[in-house]
Design a binder for this molecule. Structure first.
Ligand SMILES: *[C@@H]1O[C@H](CO)[C@@H](O)[C@H](O)[C@H]1NC(C)=O
Ligand SMILES: *[C@@H]1O[C@H](CO)[C@@H](O)[C@H](O)[C@H]1NC(C)=O
Ligand SMILES: *[C@@H]1O[C@H](CO)[C@@H](O)[C@H](O)[C@H]1NC(C)=O
Ligand SMILES: *[C@@H]1O[C@H](CO)[C@@H](O)[C@H](O)[C@H]1NC(C)=O
Ligand SMILES: *[C@@H]1O[C@H](CO)[C@@H](O)[C@H](O)[C@H]1NC(C)=O
Length: 505
């Protein structure tokens, strides 16, 4: 048996501030979220700094935008393609063949062998250790709530497509088993792809083990992954339905582990300029303040997709001609919560309005997005998800130097907030996660399908909270977590050695 559904009026603080089309928010005090009796596991997994992370940041912003297009299989607009070619040229990087296809729009496979000592195109800053096989082989992976494959560089990845990545060698694991006839392929919007075969093996993250986790081993990886020398692959944490294994889709690590977790959830606590952490199966009350506001997730496209309601710009710069500040602007939009995307990609009107508050800010094709003078004082942005108000401080939106290699010399800075125009949804990426504590909760409705009834929970991080609307307890609703009482003294079992805390400023 999995998750019994029980309504508990006392645990529901409010269902506040709804207008038509808004998501229904359930505010829950953290102490009212209860641990399940069965499945006692929970663990904290701290990120570490990618020691091969490229500090050459020139063109970082546009490379991050390109990565979003690539990930969601969107074709680059011509201006973006042109700007990328320029950036790679400036960086002295061999320009991927597919970027040359400016005119006919056709893609060719990016050239291999350009990897030696070239700055990475798309590196990620933080990674987390994952153990695969028996005896365990430790590889550093990127946790990605915007995809659903656990794939890894392997002993079958051709040497010329490797660049120092630690590999998983199946032949050295006594528990590795080939899933006969199964293959995986992930195609990216720049025409490249990664692909390979599928094994099952023991996978352990932070001491919680899944015995027969599908491990997708790469027999081919695209240039951008080759170039990311410290990262051995991805741990996909979106829904099982978008897993790319054929003919039979495989479950994600979370999908396999969920029954054994003390709470059917994981949380992301990412930070600006320092490693953050993921917790599986429990909530660390020191990582957030106030109640958690839960909204429904629409898992039909396989992402952690939710409805957001609009935004508020602060009132500090209110003028007659610029009187939208301090006033809630309703602009409902569908969004996904994606730790695997760096930027915050929002509907064009929000982005325009935001940068409208910043003197000299502009959308500049040459830079591949919105830039502003680095000495600008950026306003806060408040995003509304139903009655929940998520505050992003302006400093988070000052993302990268645009015209030189570092902030000290740059005149123009690239915005962490960019337009999602052309995308099927807005993308709440790492810029958002740095400001908010986010809970990814598996569903409690269908015992065979954890995507049904899944919810996302949002809470402020210590020091950045806004007053939230709280109302008298409203109509009882389905509590996001099961109503099983925590056995005395237990419920926070942290297994394994990955329980060190992330530093906090
Ligand atoms: C994988 O392990 C086998 C057995 O130890 C070894 O012969 C082989 O060279 C390894 N492959 C790689 C690419 O390291
Ligand atoms: C969920 O998303 C799908 C695809 O975007 C949409 O067709 C469907 O109406 C949505 N369901 C709800 C309940 O909003
Ligand atoms: C904002 O300004 C517009 C015209 O500039 C005016 O019509 C509108 O009433 C103003 N709104 C508020 C809230 O002051
Ligand atoms: C306030 O807004 C105006 C108009 O959008 C802009 O010109 C000005 O620079 C802003 N001031 C600050 C301090 O951001
Ligand atoms: C659920 O929890 C509440 C309060 O903790 C309790 O009053 C209620 O009896 C519980 N329901 C079940 C079915 O255990």
């Amino acid at each position: 048996m999995k998750f019994p559904i029980v309504a508990v009026a006392a645990s529901v603080l409010s269902t506040a501030g709804l207008v038509a089309g808004d998501p229904h928010v359930i505010q829950v005090r953290a102490e009212d979220l209860q641990v399940r009796k069965h499945g006692g596991h929970s663990f904290k997994i701290s990120q570490i700094f990618n020691y091969k992370y490229q500090h050459k940041v020139k063109g970082k912003g546009i490379r991050d935008v390109a990565k979003v297009y690539t990930k969601f299989n969107m074709k680059f607009p011509d201006h973006l393609r042109e700007a990328l070619v320029r950036v790679f040229g400036d960086l002295g990087v061999k320009i991927p063949g597919n970027l040359h296809a400016l005119n006919d729009g056709s893609f060719s496979q990016g050239s291999q062998g350009a990897v030696d000592a070239t700055p990475v195109q798309f590196d990620v800053q933080y990674l987390a250790p994952v153990q695969i096989g028996s005896p365990p082989q430790t590889v550093m992976m990127n946790f990605d709530t915007g995809s659903s494959d656990l794939w890894v560089f392997s002993s079958e990845t051709p040497a010329k497509q490797r660049n120092g990545q630690k590999i998983y060698n199946m032949t050295q694991s006594t528990t590795a088993e080939l899933v006969d006839g199964h293959v995986w392929r992930i195609s990216y919007g720049d025409g490249s792809s990664s692909s390979g075969n599928v094994y099952t093996d023991k996978v352990s993250i932070g001491g919680v083990e899944v015995d027969k986790q599908a491990v997708e081993i790469a027999t081919h990886v695209s240039d951008s992954f080759t170039n990311d020398a410290a990262s051995s692959g991805l741990v996909g944490l979106a829904f099982d339905s978008i897993n790319q294994v054929k003919p039979r889709k495989q479950k994600t690590f979370f999908g396999n582990a969920i029954d054994d977790l003390a709470m059917p959830l994981f949380s992301a606590n990412l930070n600006k300029a320092e490693p953050g952490n993921y917790n599986f199966g429990f909530l660390d009350h020191e990582e957030f303040v106030g109640p958690i506001s839960f909204v429904d997730v629409n898992a039909s496209r396989g992402f952690w997709e939710f409805e957001a309601s609009g935004y508020t710009l602060p009132a500090s710069n209110f003028t007659e001609s610029n009187n939208k500040t301090g006033v809630f602007q309703s602009l409902t939009h569908t969004a996904i919560a994606d730790t695997g995307t760096t930027l915050l990609m929002l509907p064009q009107p929000i982005v325009e309005d935001y940068y409208g508050q910043v003197a000299k800010a502009r959308n500049d094709n040459a830079f591949g997005g919105y830039v502003f003078p680095c000495n600008a004082d950026l306003p806060d942005l408040i995003l509304h998800i139903g009655s929940y108000k998520a505050r992003l401080t302006g400093d988070l939106i000052k993302y990268a130097p645009a015209d030189t290699d570092d902030f000290a010399t740059a005149k123009w800075c690239y915005g962490g907030l960019q337009s999602a125009q052309g995308f099927p949804f807005s993308i709440y990426g790492d810029i958002f996660f740095k400001a908010q504590f986010v809970v990814f909760q598996g569903g409690v409705i269908d015992k065979d399908d954890w995507s049904k009834g899944a919810k996302l929970g949002f809470a402020a991080k210590p020091g950045t909270q806004l007053p939230q609307e709280t109302e008298t307890p409203a109509v009882p609703d389905v509590l996001p977590i099961t109503n099983v009482t925590r056995p005395a003294g237990s419920g926070r079992r942290r297994t394994g050695g990955a329980s060190c805390r992330a530093r906090r400023q």
